[in-house]
Design a protein around this ligand. Sequence first.
Ligand code: ATP
Length: 357
Amino acid sequence: MTMIDETSIRARIAAFRAPADKRTVPPAMIDSVAVRDGMVQVALTVAKADAAKLEPLRRAVEADLAAMEGVRNATVMFTGPRAAAAETPAQAPSLLANARSIVAVASGKGGVGKSTVAVNLAVSLAALGMSVGLLDADIYGPSLPRMLGTKGKPEMAGNKLIPVDAWGLKAISIGHVVDEETAMVWRGPMVLNALTQLMTQVEWPALDVMVIDLPPGTGDIQLTLSQRVRLSGAVVVSTPQDIALLDARRGVSMFRQVRVPVLGIVENMSFFCCPNCGTRTDIFGHGGARAEAARIGVPFLGEIPLLPAIRETSDAGAPIAASAPDGEAARAFMALAEAVSGQLGGERRTGPRIVIE
Ligand SMILES: Nc1ncnc2c1ncn2[C@@H]1O[C@H](COP(=O)(O)OP(=O)(O)OP(=O)(O)O)[C@@H](O)[C@H]1O
């Protein structure tokens, strides 16, 4: 008999399309999955007011799971949204409360292009008409000031910092406040203090979405931040290399441990597109992250090509999603932004904005 486990159940739910209306179950809706001896219990989070409306979906998911090989019995139930107190320690109120959604961009290891993805995702979300904040929590390598071309110190209002305006975003980075060498020698508690300050001592306006560029890896800082901030979800950046995929898996399991929904995996440096002849080359082999996402039951959010222009525009302080909005890279980031915003749901504060460069 086929072995079923939490991962295979999550994968099945991620692939689920309701026969009647093609409705899907976003990962953020899955509260818990328990599997024992072929018995499956899934709890989906819904607001009380929506429960009756979603009953057909509940039954369809239940039938779909029950039809899986190896499943003896499947129960899908609805549960209310978790009380805030259960998630966040009492002494630690959720930070960044005036952002409607908070998305963390994470990676299992450094150098996979996490910051590049965070910046261009934020720019693309803004181009979709959202008010977007970008917080660079990558203390050890704050690349945001360079990538956005914002070198000066932010202004102050009273004892609070005003985020800098760049490319349609409100942004702040530890690199705006201290120089890189200073931050490099900080140890855990100092780093956490600095990050907390970036969230509490900054005059953030009301935002549709805040994108946080997390430090690479899966250590204490990432875990603590995930607990202090009510994250709507995490985007895990990987490259197609096997080793990076392994790290991505670790990243996904870290968020699952702290019950932060994983919005999905994005494959960066997915393939090389020759700027001269347009020929596509799959340098590291291709499709690994998509397969990995399916295997561990999280959505696959798309592929970003390896393009010299992505690095050049980053180095020049003009993110490619804004500086070459019609190009291949910008289209890939826009597709990512659409996939992410689709998972966040909810209304926008403002209508779509047309950007003319
Ligand atoms: N798709 C891409 N095509 C070309 N160059 C890229 C791409 N993505 C990232 N890069 C380049 O790779 C380098 C590393 O990217 P980035 O700084 O975003 O990685 P990171 O994962 O945030 O690193 P760290 O976590 O160590 O700060 C940068 O020089 C960046 O310009």
